[in-house]
Design a protein around this ligand. Structure first.
Ligand SMILES: [Zn+2]
Length: 161
C-alpha cells in the first residue's frame, strides 16, 4: 500500500471507492491497512519503520519540529512522537474512508495481520480507536501457531512453550 499521507493516493482511492459505491455493493473492504514497513527491534533500538516519503517528512516536521530518523531509541520522545504520528495518520485515513462509506449506508471494514502484536508499533494501528468507525476487522495469520512475534516486549520470534 502506498503512503496514506500522500494526497494523490487519497484522491485516487476516493475515486475507486466512489466508483465501487455506485455498483450496489453491500460495503467497502480495504485490504492490508498498515503504515509502511515493519520495525525491527534490537534491544532498546528500533530500526526505521513506517514511511519516510516527502509527505510524511514534511507533515512530521511541521507537527513535531523533528525529522523522522533511521534508528529510534525506544526511550526517546522522538520514538513516542513518531508512533503517535503514525497511528494518528492511520486513524485519520480510516476515519475519512469510514465516513465516505457509511454516509452511503454501506458497511466498512479492513484487514490486518496478527492482533496479538503491538499493533501500534507493528502497523501503526490503534484498533480500539477504530471500534466505532468500522463494521468489522479481518485478521490474517501467516506464521505457525507455536511461534509468536512479540514486538511489544522486544522479544522477536520467541517460541511459546
Ligand atoms: Zn509517507
Amino acid at each position: 500500500m502506498t503512503c496514506i499521507n500522500n494526497p494523490r493516493f487519497i484522491e485516487y482511492l476516493e475515486k475507486k471507492v466512489s466508483l465501487a459505491l455506485k455498483e450496489g455493493v453491500d460495503g467497502i473492504f480495504l485490504d492490508n491497512l498498515f503504515f509502511g514497513i515493519f520495525p525491527i527491534t534490537m534491544g532498546n533500538k528500533v530500526s526505521f519503520f513506517g514511511c519516510n516519503c516527502r509527505h510524511c517528512q514534511t507533515k512530521f516536521k511541521t507537527e513535531y519540529g523533528m525529522n523522522i530518523p533511521k534508528l529510534f531509541d525506544t526511550n526517546s520522545e522522538l520514538f513516542s512522537c513518531y508512533q503517535d504520528f503514525r497511528t494518528r495518520s492511520m486513524s485519520n485515513f480510516i476515519s475519512h474512508f469510514s465516513e465516505i462509506v457509511t454516509k452511503n449506508n454501506k458497511k466498512f471494514g479492513f484487514n490486518n495481520l496478527d492482533p496479538k502484536l503491538n499493533s501500534k508499533l507493528a502497523y501503526g494501528l490503534d484498533f480500539e480507536s477504530y471500534a466505532n468507525k468500522v463494521d468489522y476487522f479481518l485478521f490474517e495469520k501467516y506464521y505457525e501457531n507455536k511461534i509468536i512475534r512479540k514486538i511489544g516486549d522486544w522479544a522477536y520470534y520467541k517460541a511459546i512453550k
